[in-house]
Ligand binder design. Structure first.
Ligand code: CO
Length: 459
């Protein structure tokens, strides 16, 4: 029996606990050691890493990737990609998606985990095909959620479709950490029956279920699990790498991990964790168990957003009512998984419905785009009455939204002449224009300083 481990400290643990504020310089020294740990892969790029590098850390994310590649030549480097949305929430034309995938692979990525928030596989296909063509490993990913239409059969069918697309593994992504051990056993079992490629499970410790969930998943044949070095584990992060390595080895699984190296890695990150706690960058509450998501059936992050919205409107007395309205809105919307941006959309709409005293009287721009089909195909049809009320005479689009988008790469590249130094720069700008513009300006200022210092001795 074998089970592989994907270490998440550089991506999801970093994102979930300290809002992705870990600068490269802080962890550079441990990378050669991590390279010897025996991980199935290291998740280190994509997700919020790209945005935060540019926005807060004044780092070129592509440069970070190249440095990771150099420091870890023997480890599979993994990134998270939101299909047709790349790293954000809007759709990009196919040429940009292809180019982004190409450059990610060229700069060092081995495994691309590609998902779509609605599990509309048309939003995964272009990125997946391109990555396969480039020789990368594609982990076709399903966003996990519980609903009357998210049955075992439905998930198994989606997994089969991904396998037919040519992906080399299937990942089930439980963003909210609400998958129970029983559900993992059933679901992983159902998917394993349907596909031949390895199956990966991703969950979070948020509700306290994750360790048991991974055990049951492994018993059902799960091949790879996502974990974080212990000092960056727990709470909204993943379960601890060393703990699960210990437990699985004792149960007779081959994990491929080196215990001594795992300890070195954790010893390295401990003082960094303590520094973030001391500076307020890490709230220790994030590392604790919170079972509210199990009681309310909405993910933890969404619950805190609801409370914040109601407090801002001075309407906390409507909390219970909004909580009752939330699953109704979700059902009207065709049961989207409650992940960004759908969780915000559903939460805001439920609040609007309650506060206005009339359902769908106030509708956000996002809900309208969603109803027009711009986010993709919904898991179940949208309630026809709601659709009529939101859209009026407008008709939903037929086909795929990205097909309506004009190519933008060459035009953007021309606009950035003299500013962008590479196609990677152009892609950064396309993904996060305002943030990247600031980054370019800071980079230029830095370079001018260097030029000045180098010539100053001759003055
Ligand atoms: Co996650």
């Amino acid at each position: 029996m074998k089970i592989g481990f994907t270490e998440t400290v550089l991506r999801d643990a970093n994102q979930s606990l300290i809002a992705t504020r870990l600068p490269f310089a802080k962890f550079a020294d441990i990378l050669p050691t991590m390279d010897k740990a025996g991980y199935y892969s290291v998740e280190c790029w994509g997700g919020a890493v790209f945005d935060c590098c540019l926005r807060y850390l004044n780092e070129d994310p592509w440069e970070r990737l190249r440095k990771l590649r150099m420091a870890m030549p023997n480890t599979k480097l993994q990134m998270l990609l939101r299909g047709q949305n790349l790293l954000g929430y809007k759709h990009y034309p196919d040429e940009v998606v292809r180019m982004f995938v190409d450059k990610s692979v060229d700069n060092g990525i081995d495994i691309i985990r590609i998902f779509d928030a609605l599990n509309d596989l048309r939003n995964i296909e272009v990125a997946a095909n391109e990555a396969i063509k480039k020789g990368a490993t594609v982990s076709g990913t399903l966003s996990y959620t519980q609903s009357p239409v998210h049955t075992l059969d439905a998930f198994a069918k989606l997994a089969k479709e991904l396998e037919n697309m040519g992906v080399q593994s299937i990942c089930v992504k439980d963003m909210a950490g609400t998958m129970s051990p029983y559900e993992a056993q059933e679901l992983i079992g159902a998917i394993k029956k349907e596909v031949k490629v390895p199956v990966v499970l991703h969950t979070h410790c948020t509700t306290g279920l994750a360790y048991m969930t991974y055990l049951k998943a492994a018993e059902a044949g799960c091949d790879v699990i996502d974990t974080a070095t212990s000092c960056f584990s727990g709470g909204t992060s993943q379960p601890a790498t060393e703990t699960l390595n210990f437990a699985f080895k004792q149960l007779g699984y081959e994990t491929g991990l080196n215990d001594t190296v795992l300890k070195e890695v954790n010893d390295f990150f401990k003082p960094i964790r303590d520094e973030f706690i001391a500076s307020g960058g890490l709230n220790p509450k994030m590392m604790a168990t919170d079972t509210d998501a199990l009681n309310y059936k909405v993910p933890g992050g969404m619950l805190s957003n609801l409370v914040a919205q109601l407090k801002a409107q001075n309407a906390m007395d409507k909390f219970e009512e909004v909580l009752l309205e939330t699953p109704k809105v979700r059902a009207d919307m065709g049961y989207p998984p409650l992940v960004t941006p759908m969780s915000q959309m559903v939460g805001v709409q439920a609040t609007n419905n309650v506060l206005a005293g009339e359902r769908y009287k106030n509708v956000s721009k996002e809900v309208k785009s969603y109803c027009l089909g711009e986010y993709g195909k919904t898991p179940a049809p949208i309630n026809p009455e709601v659709l009529q009320k939101v859209l009026g005479d407008e008709k939903p689009i037929e086909g795929r939204y990205a097909d309506t988008l004009e190519p933008i790469f060459d035009k953007t590249k021309a606009e950035l002449e003299g500013i962008a130094k590479s196609d990677e720069d152009v892609l950064s700008y396309i993904a996060f224009p305002a943030v990247t513009e600031k980054f370019f300006a800071a980079r230029k200022a830095e370079e001018e300083k260097i030029v000045k210092y180098t010539i100053s001795p001759m003055d």
